[in-house]
Design a protein around this ligand. Structure first.
Ligand SMILES: Nc1ncnc2c1ncn2[C@@H]1O[C@H](COP(=O)(O)OP(=O)(O)OP(=O)(O)O)[C@@H](O)[C@H]1O
Ligand SMILES: [Mg+2]
Length: 252
């Protein structure tokens, strides 16, 4: 089972002028096995939501709750959140010079599972995951994200998703900067993940294109730190046609 329940979440960041509220009461529930898309203008707080759920120290939760299968996510350390089954693919994946993809993946897998993966099958699994993402197996010996192209970084995130096999995946603009073939490869990867029993996906995106490959159960319009509207896949098409204007005006 995997249900992610976000209730009235308030989050601030520290600025020179004191704390600034970015999330102003976010409520949304990803039911067991559901895929939800979040769309919204630049700066509305989508990445803040993703980071806050994952436990990034830059963000201070000042109110609300986040539950994964009833467990209090906000009380968990970052490691515990990953072990509980949360996965975040960042909008801007960070470079980790000196740490090979192979070592990174093995360390992450060991941390998430609580035991090291079996060496015999692991190398095969890693190579398989890279190949399915159209990444050459030589990538496993390169430093994490160092010198990777934008699209290679995103594809590496989905290889991680496959190998770590979380309960709920939060994908922050994983489709941005992908060429047409790579978008298909990434979508196929996400679809393989969600075809498994009970996997949840929170897909943050600016484009309806990916939603034609990855059909969401629900679409949320995110404006000014809140969910301004919810609907089905047709809402994404409506946004594409009309933009965010009416939601932005209503929010101020
Ligand atoms: N240290 C900070 N000081 C002031 N404002 C900040 C700080 N950190 C983040 N913010 C603001 O928080 C807001 C939300 O940022 P966030 O990255 O969550 O937006 P987003 O919805 O993901 O946008 P995009 O679509 O461009 O990725 C932005 O307006 C950003 O400038
Ligand atoms: Mg963002």
């Amino acid at each position: 089972m995997s249900t992610l329940e976000i209730k009235d979440l308030h989050v601030t960041v520290a600025t020179e002028d004191g704390p600034k509220e970015i999330l102003k009461g976010v409520t949304l529930t990803i039911g067991d096995g559901e895929t939800h898309a979040i769309m919204g203008p630049n700066g509305s707080g989508k990445s803040t939501l993703a980071y806050s759920i994952a436990g990034h120290p830059k963000y201070t939760v000042t109110g609300g709750t986040v539950l994964l299968d009833g467990e209090d996510v906000l009380a968990m350390s970052v490691d515990e959140r990953a072990r509980a089954g949360l996965f975040l693919a960042m909008q801007y994946p960070v470079e980790v010079p000196g740490v090979s993809v192979s070592n990174f993946l093995r360390t992450a897998k060991t941390a998430v599972d609580g035991e090291a993966p079996k060496l015999r099958t692991w190398v095969k699994d890693v190579n398989g995951a890279l190949e399915r993402m159209n990444l050459d197996t030589t990538f496993s010996q390169r430093s994490v994200n160092e010198g990777f192209s934008g699209g290679e970084k995103k594809r590496h995130e989905i290889a991680q998703l496959e190998l770590l096999d979380p309960k709920v995946a939060i994908l922050d603009e994983t489709d941005s900067g992908l060429d047409i073939d790579a978008l298909k490869v990434v979508s196929d990867g996400v679809n393989r993940f969600r075809e498994q029993e009970g996997k949840g996906v929170l897909l943050i995106t600016h484009y309806t294109r990916i939603l034609r490959y990855i059909q969401p159960d629900k679409v949320h319009v995110f404006v000014n730190g809140r969910v301004a509207e919810q609907g089905g896949p047709e809402l994404a098409e409506q946004l594409e046609a009309e933009g965010y204007d009416k939601y932005v005006k209503a929010s101020v």
